[in-house]
Design a protein around this ligand. Structure first.
Ligand SMILES: NC(=O)c1ccc[n+]([C@@H]2O[C@H](COP(=O)([O-])OP(=O)(O)OC[C@H]3O[C@@H](n4cnc5c(N)ncnc54)[C@H](OP(=O)(O)O)[C@@H]3O)[C@@H](O)[C@H]2O)c1
Length: 270
């Protein structure tokens, strides 16, 4: 039995699709979907140890992501170990390596220093972040974003799911940390054009100043988080601009392009 956290999210959905063909899956989120023969959706809060105890009971593998910094990873790992989980695949972020000054490595230590069989996935920015533009594309065929000509190797969450599925079900990934990116650098202006191509209609790109972006993003996240995001979007360092081959190495096929992601998600922008 494999437990998948973040089950209804960008990674969780394609991961469950892959895993459920091979093994029974218990899918965890606060707002569960309807269960099927092979996937049992359960309502559980990652912040509630009692919920986790019943969610992990009888499982031997765990796909773990924490949707925010407020979760107590040592407590989650304790419950996992106490429940008999043997293997954990954890999602953190490329920032662990690219921005060590942010201290994100501490997120990984409860897993890497546990007695469990572990794999850590450090993805770059997700292609699915483009969904934050869905409304402005639907209503005005435009995208407003900062740093329109700065390219980053955004990753399709389906590729993170593919690597996670391999790490959960195959041998050879124990004790490994994979930095995961897409296959090429893509700028926000190119993303707008690519979404337009998927729609068959032009999408205008409107350059936003750093200050405007800061004001917009601090409505969603704390100022220090936004500062970090804007540093990466505006002045990516060498690590953040490097394309990793890990998706291809682990899955045996190239990482998906942003164009492929946009084609699959065109309906969200129509
Ligand atoms: N976006 C990026 O560019 C980026 C880059 C690097 C790393 N990451 C990491 O990727 C992860 C996000 O993955 P994602 O995009 O697949 O997730 P997502 O689409 O944002 O979905 C979050 C999932 O977590 C569940 N969830 C939220 N709060 C929960 C709680 N308290 N208890 C239990 N479940 C909860 C949600 O379902 P409910 O709401 O129903 O509970 C949903 O299934 C985060 O760890 C993030 O740091 C993201």
């Amino acid at each position: 039995m494999i437990v998948v956290t973040g089950a209804t999210g960008n990674i969780g959905r394609p991961l469950i699709e892959r895993l459920s063909a091979a093994a029974p899956v218990r899918a965890l989120s606060r707002r569960p979907r309807e269960s099927t023969d092979r996937v049992t959706y359960i309502e559980a809060d990652l912040g509630d140890p009692a919920d986790l105890k019943s969610a992990f009971a009888g499982a031997d593998k765990l796909f773990l992501l924490t949707p925010g910094p407020q979760f107590d990873l040592p407590a989650i790992v304790d419950v996992a170990e106490g429940s008999g989980i043997e293997r954990i695949v954890l999602v953190t972020s490329q920032r662990v390596e690219s921005r060590p000054e942010e201290g994100l490595e501490a997120m990984e230590r409860p897993i890497t220093e546990s007695g469990l069989d572990w794999t850590v996935l450090r993805p770059s920015g997700f292609a699915s972040n483009a969904l934050m533009w869905a409304e402005s594309v639907r209503t005005g065929r435009s995208i407003t974003a900062p740093f329109g000509d700065v390219g980053l190797p955004v990753i399709d969450p389906a590729d993170i799911a593919a690597v996670a599925a391999a790490a959960l079900t195959e041998d050879g990934h124990s004790g490994k940390t994979y930095t995961l990116t897409g296959p090429e650098l893509v700028t926000p202006a190119e993303q707008a054009a690519t979404i337009g191509a998927a729609l068959g209609e032009p999408v205008e790109f409107i350059e936003q100043s750093r200050e405007e972006a800061f004001a917009a993003l601090t409505r969603l996240w704390p100022a220090e988080v936004v500062e970090g995001i804007l540093r990466t979007l505006g002045e990516p360092n060498r690590i953040e601009r490097t394309v990793s081959s890990a998706v291809a190495t682990v899955t045996g096929r190239p990482a998906r392009t942003f164009a492929a992601w946009a084609e699959r998600h065109a309906a969200a922008f129509r």
